[in-house]
Design a protein around this ligand. Structure first.
Ligand SMILES: Cc1ncc(COP(=O)(O)O)c(C=O)c1O
Length: 347
């Protein structure tokens, strides 16, 4: 860190992502909640076609993808704003709705990027503990704040609250409610249909998980056009580049492939949960594309390190409430089988 850094940032090094395989050879990467399958075969040709237009800036609002997403969700194009990943949309929500000194209400646990975004913008954070089963507490609604952010399914637990339960808690609050549904395609239901009754809600989605496009960075928010205009007013100019727009459009058009990714993850989740629980792991019930579990004995760091020796990467969070647990992304069937074998568990 240099002596010129803004004092309010402190000495932190920012968001710490999961490790990238240190060399190219035969790693099984189960540490950053990516899709086990690559994207639709339609993506390559769509990107190639877009290359010849790369001397032109992309559409500022991300057309034609924005309109395609609007149709997909049964909303108007003005109800959609695109960003360079859901992360950028989240950051824009903080910029749009929280002034320095304002309070933002988060759950505990939550996506580790959120407190960091609050700090970057000088917002105060109040966290409200979720109970073990992932039930959203009343305090999430009653704690004063200008914005509340809920990840549903949550990260890093995978716990999920049904939309009706979310509405029962935050259906009457007078603040912005951001519902980050990055993992929602792996869960039974979305909060998107409830946007019609809640003009202070934003629902965030991403192409990084269930469309296999983590490498391209495309996310978006859905909500009332006035809220969407607020986010659009602060987001980067041309937030999604031409290649990413073309790729995400092709991925969205191939719903059969998207369904294949979701089905693989959901069926592998059942298999992995059964095998790990059978071997004595304590798992949080997950509706996401990962599971969070405590290995027998609780030496999560040791287990992660053993797996790494065998070229399998899983996520261990050394600080905070989950240091005795590992977050394991659902891989393809053969990857999960290799994981179980490395753990000494029969598949
Ligand atoms: C809850 C949550 N929201 C958003 C993201 C990031 O989405 P994107 O890759 O579109 O920025 C993640 C990534 O792991 C996440 O866990």
């Amino acid at each position: 860190m240099s002596r010129y850094r803004r004092a309010s940032l402190g000495s932190g090094s920012g968001y710490v992502p999961g490790e990238q395989p240190p060399d190219g050879a035969h790693w099984i990467k189960l540490n950053t909640n990516e899709s086990p399958l690559p994207p639709s075969l339609g993506v390559g040709p769509a990107v190639e076609e877009a290359v010849v237009e790369l001397h032109r800036y992309p559409h500022p609002q991300g057309e034609p993808l924005r309109s395609a997403l609007a149709r997909h969700h049964g909303l108007s194009p003005e109800s959609v704003v695109l960003g360079n990943g859901a992360d950028q949309v989240l950051e824009s929500c903080f910029r749009a709705f929280a002034d320095p000194g304002d309070t933002v209400v988060l759950t505990r646990p939550t996506y580790s990027l959120l407190p960091l975004l609050a700090r970057l913008g000088g917002a105060r954070v109040v966290t409200v503990p979720m109970d073990g089963g992932g039930t959203l507490p009343e305090a999430f609604a009653t704690t004063p704040g200008v914005m509340r952010v809920l990840c549903n399914p949550n990260s890093p637990t995978g716990s999920w609250a049904p939309p009706a339960a979310v509405a029962a808690v935050v259906g009457a609050v007078d603040s912005v409610v951001v519902i980050d549904e990055a993992y929602c395609d792996f869960a039974p239901e979305s909060c998107v249909p409830l946007l019609a009754d809640n003009d202070n809600w934003l629902v965030l989605r991403t192409f990084a998980k269930s469309y296999g496009l983590a490498g391209l960075r495309v996310g978006y928010a859905l909500g009332h056009p006035d809220l969407i205009a607020d986010v659009s007013a602060v987001i980067e100019i041309y937030p999604v580049d031409r290649l990413a727009l073309a790729a995400a459009g092709a991925a969205l058009a191939d719903q059969a492939h998207h369904a294949r990714i979701v089905e693989m993850v959901v069926s592998e989740r059942e298999r992995l949960v059964a095998a790990l629980e059978g071997a004595g792991w304590d798992l949080v019930p997950s509706q996401a594309n990962f599971v969070l579990g405590r290995p027998p004995g609780g030496d999560a760091a040791g287990v992660a390190s053993d797996l790494r020796q065998q070229r399998i990467l899983v996520r261990h969070f050394p600080d905070g409430d989950h240091r005795d647990r590992l977050r394991i992304t659902l891989g393809a069937p053969e990857q999960n089988t290799a994981l179980l074998a490395a753990l000494g568990i029969g598949a």
